[in-house]
Design a protein around this ligand. Structure first.
Ligand code: TYM
Length: 339
């Protein structure tokens, strides 16, 4: 087989498990929007098959999928510019995932830190799906021969595994570059937004305390309260970045501000150096509310018309299948499963 040249194609996915928080927004979805306006081919997927690796209430899952679709659109994803769809509606993901389960080595999966975090102490009781989750993630990306994947830093290890799976498949079946080795695109200022209660933990949907995160659907009073209560330290805001070393909570709030404002951390420090956090926090609250309030209003408006959201996602699934089906066909031919 001749070596394939891949054109630039951007793919990313988000799990429909509860509300999106500003970590998902700043680390991922806000960038998804930027990529679609630069003339790129973009696919954004609600990865519902990933969600069921831990038990989900079916009715809640159905609602969460629709809410995430509304959130995508409310954040600025546009079905005329991007393909927006649900993973479970395109069978290529599951088909390729099985192939990759046969390529991925057990030793590789054993190194995945996200499995260790999510399975916790009771590994024996975790689902097999949770263990092989990264191989489905590789299939999500490679079923489209995607070359670039915008994600938060927590997904970097899964992207490295995706590259290992692509390379091993290409080598094992002597099909150089059939699957591309996709590049992660990780935003500089918001690679990992941390919990508001503990600067050593990432902001997460699964953290029990809702005070640890700001959800895109939080109302202004909730946002103000969460920022007021956010952990900081006694020291004032420093003059330069070196003054933020060993101050994870202070650093996190400054990063959040700079990500929303889309400016450098140093610019924020120039504006606020010497000021206490009691002065900075109301400014941060204002910046967050200004950007999030219109989004949550739009989410609520869109959810009044669920049929319209479902139509967008169904159309997206059809377009996604048109891209992935020939790739699955070629994969099956390479494997000897199809003539
Ligand atoms: P998920 O649903 O946990 O998160 C969605 C996106 O948000 C990013 N993110 C963060 N970024 C910065 N700071 C944080 N605190 C933070 N928390 C989450 C994540 O890095 C992600 O980009 N495995 C993926 C979903 C997935 C996927 C894919 C992604 C499945 N298949 C294929 C890309 C390509 C996940 O659980 O993301």
């Amino acid at each position: 087989m001749n070596e394939i040249k891949h054109k630039k194609r951007i793919f990313s996915g988000v799990q429909p498990t509860g509300n999106l928080h500003i970590g998902n927004y700043l680390g991922a979805v806000k960038n998804f929007v930027k990529f679609q306006s630069a003339g790129n081919e973009t696919l954004y997927c609600i990865v519902d098959l990933h969600a069921i690796t831990v038990w989900q209430d079916p009715e809640e899952l159905r609602n969460s999928i629709r809410e995430l679709a509304a959130t995508f659109v409310a954040c600025g994803l546009d079905s005329n510019k991007s393909i927006l769809f649900n993973q479970s509606q395109v069978s290529s993901h599951s088909e390729l995932a099985w192939v990759f389960n046969c390529v991925t080595r057990v030793g590789w999966l054993n190194r995945m830190t996200q499995f260790k975090d999510k399975a916790g102490k009771n590994k024996e009781n975790a689902s097999v799906g949770l263990y092989i989750y990264p191989s489905l993630m590789a299939a999500d990306i490679l079923a489209y021969h995607a070359t670039h994947v915008p994600v938060g830093e927590d997904q970097k290890q899964h992207l490295e595994l995706t590259r290992d799976i692509a390379t091993k498949f290409n080598n094992d079946y002597k099909v150089p570059n059939f699957f591309p080795c996709p590049e992660p695109i990780i935003e500089k200022t918001s690679p990992r937004i941390m919990s508001l209660r503990d600067g050593s933990k990432k902001m997460s949907k699964s953290e029990t305390s809702d005070m640890s995160r700001i959800n895109l659907t939080d109302v202004s009073d909730q946002i103000a309260l969460k920022i007021r209560k956010a952990k900081t330290d006694q020291d004032p805001i420093p003059e330069d970045i070196s003054g933020l070393a060993s101050r994870p909570e202070a650093s996190n709030l400054i990063n959040i501000y700079s990500s929303f404002k889309e400016c450098d951390v140093q610019e924020v420090l120039n504006d606020f150096s010497g000021k206490p956090f009691s002065f900075f926090k109301p400014k941060l609250t204002e910046v967050i509310i200004n950007e999030i309030k219109p989004i949550s209003k739009k989410i609520n408006d869109l959810l009044k018309n669920p049929d319209q959201i479902d139509d967008v996602m169904n159309n997206g699934a059809q377009k996604a299948s048109e891209i992935s089906s020939p790739i699955i066909d070629s994969t099956f031919k390479i494997l000897g499963l199809k003539k």
